[in-house]
Ligand binder design. Structure first.
Ligand SMILES: Nc1ncnc2c1ncn2[C@@H]1O[C@H](COP(=O)(O)OP(=O)(O)OP(=O)(O)O)[C@@H](O)[C@H]1O
Ligand SMILES: [Mg+2]
Length: 537
């Protein structure tokens, strides 16, 4: 291709600029080398990301088939070598190749020659997880209470009113000492609250109508029929298990398989978000470390943001902002930078932008938006460069060690040293079977929780022929459980006890009152905080 000469900046000026801009004092990840034109690579001008700036987050974007996943693989390999644990969602299963050494090929050869880099086929330490045990991996589950109302509302596609109602129901469960561990617990609670026996309780929750509770219940049933019940429950995944280095000092790469993603997109993105929120909660503050404590790759990130409520987006933006000081770097991987909301995009220090398409007017608009987010560059027409990038090439800018953006560099990326295709199924099965985590998480447990407690309560009530069960005291603690099963929800939020018991007012009338609106807003905020607390500790 001849990226027309008018676009091509003076190569020597560019080389010098990139050499200076990417010369860091500390260790860095090697992305590749500068290209001044489509057929001129400059190995003397390497393009890199300082290890210490990875907790300033990043974006890997590009149209399908342009090399996003290979970039992710490349970054994961070098992070592991640097002793940094990595988590990545393995959407298409191709990242499992990380566990096997790569095979030499003419294409890898020519790339390495152009970049002047030695290529040593290497396999990396990998742990395989599978959501709910669907697929080849150690099962990963979350309890409902830890998942929280906001994330669950996203999964269920609830509207705002339903979302806040669900929040109030969670709060009620907390207060009543009813552990919500799996989907059946929440279903049992909603059934109870909409039954003759539980009606009075529902009224006491304030602002939750029988109709709304019914809608939530039905959507839970639908979720269950989609097979989602396997993802919720115990033993719950302990996110500190991700923070592992091997005996030889390499960072463990934890890959999460996401089966049938297309059927249940919201479920997977919210699970990743849950992991992040939980990590945030469990990790100590480290300020700005020399290297990150973990790098988290959020693939198919657009799924997280599609149709998300404001409260949800706030939560994501806040998590991204705050998790930095815990040493965690997040890389969002998606097709277009416009998939990521501005508040989040503004917090992403590194950008690896693979080729963008400009077929449709919508593409063209997205392209323009993408170009406008770059710092000033030597390229007269960055849009043109972005649409003409070859596979495994990207336009890069990162945050230098002083926190300033590096020069925009058209980069040829290195080839990963592990296999650029899925690992052998037998190797994957053997890896999972041998994993000590399989012993911890392999088998689901079902301990006494809301479902059993409510059943017992109803039985008692029936015996006494008394429909109204006693209201539990607000300060009541959940019953003690064996220390091995310590993950119990504890009261943690202070939601204003909204609603007055007198009126027959419809929900609409109630929610439109300014006082109620305020109460719900406060409640929502508390619930957001509650999600951070994730009911664990
Ligand atoms: N850095 C690289 N080194 C060598 N080959 C690469 C590199 N990047 C991409 N390729 C080649 O391009 C192909 C597609 O790359 P990749 O799977 O990373 O694309 P993608 O952007 O993740 O696509 P999708 O959106 O479909 O997931 C790879 O299978 C590989 O052959
Ligand atoms: Mg991919």
């Amino acid at each position: 291709m001849s990226s027309s000469d008018s676009d091509a900046p003076d190569p020597q000026a560019l080389v010098t600029q990139v050499q200076e801009g990417y010369a860091f004092d500390g260790p860095a990840l090697e992305l590749g080398a500068l290209m001044s034109t489509a057929d001129h690579v400059h190995p003397e001008a390497p393009v890199r990301i300082p290890l210490g700036m990875l907790n300033r987050h990043g974006l890997v974007a590009g149209a399908t088939g342009t090399g996003k996943t290979k970039t992710l693989q490349l970054l994961a390999e070098q992070l592991s070598d640097a002793g940094v644990p990595v988590f990545a969602a393995d959407v298409k299963g191709d990242l499992s190749g990380l566990l096997a050494a790569g095979e030499p090929s003419a294409r890898v050869d020519s790339r390495m020659t152009a970049l002047g880099q030695e290529w040593a086929p290497t396999g990396y330490p990998v742990e395989l997880y599978a959501l709910g045990g669907e697929g080849t991996g150690v099962p990963l589950r979350a309890s409902i209470s830890s998942f929280g109302p906001l994330l669950l509302s996203k999964v269920l596609g609830l509207n705002k009113t339903q979302e806040s109602s669900l929040g109030l129901v969670f709060h009620y469960a907390d207060k009543a000492g009813l552990p919500l561990l799996d989907l059946s617990d929440l279903q049992a609670l909603l059934r109870y609250l909409t039954s003759d026996e539980g009606k009075a309780e529902l009224k006491g929750i304030g602002g939750v109508s029988t109709a709304t509770a019914g809608v939530i219940l039905r959507s839970l049933v639908t979720l269950e029929t989609q097979g989602a019940d396997r993802f919720f429950g115990e033993p719950e995944f302990e996110p500190s298990d991700l923070m592992t280095t091997t005996e030889d000092g390499r960072g463990l790469i934890s890959l999460l398989e996401l089966p049938r993603l297309q059927d249940r997109p919201a479920l997977f993105s919210t699970f990743l978000m849950w992991l992040l929120a939980d990590l945030f909660h469990s990790l100590p503050e480290v300020g700005d470390p020399e290297k990150p404590s973990l790098v988290f790759f959020f693939d198919e990130a657009h799924l997280l943001f599609d149709d998300a409520s404001d409260a949800f987006l706030d939560q994501v933006a806040q998590t991204v902002r705050l998790i930095r000081s815990k040493g965690v770097g997040i890389f969002f991987v998606t097709q277009s930078p416009t998939d990521v909301p501005d508040e989040v995009l503004a917090q992403l220090g590194s950008r690896v932008q693979h080729a963008l398409r400009a077929h449709t007017p919508k593409d063209a608009k997205a392209l323009k938006a993408a170009v406008s987010t770059y710092p000033h560059s030597e390229y007269d027409d960055l849009g043109r460069v972005l649409t003409s990038l070859g596979v495994g090439e990207a336009v890069v800018t990162v945050m230098d060690e002083r926190g300033a953006p590096t020069p925009v560099a058209w980069t040829m990326l290195r080839a990963p040293q592990s296999r650029m295709a899925p690992a052998d199924p037998e190797a994957m099965t053997a890896l999972v079977a041998a994993s000590p985590r399989q012993a911890t998480y392999g088998t689901a447990i079902d301990r006494e929780s809301a479902r059993e407690k409510l059943a017992a309560r109803l039985e008692q009530a029936a015996e006494k022929e008394e429909a109204q069960p006693a209201s539990p005291a607000p300060t009541q603690q959940p019953e003690p459980v064996p220390p091995s099963q310590r993950k119990i929800p504890v009261p943690r939020t202070t939601v204003p006890s909204g609603g007055d018991d007198s009126g027959e007012s419809t929900l609409d009338r109630v929610v439109s009152s300014p006082v109620f609106k305020d109460a719900v807003r406060t409640a929502a905020r508390e619930i957001v905080r509650g999600m951070f607390r994730t009911g664990r500790r």
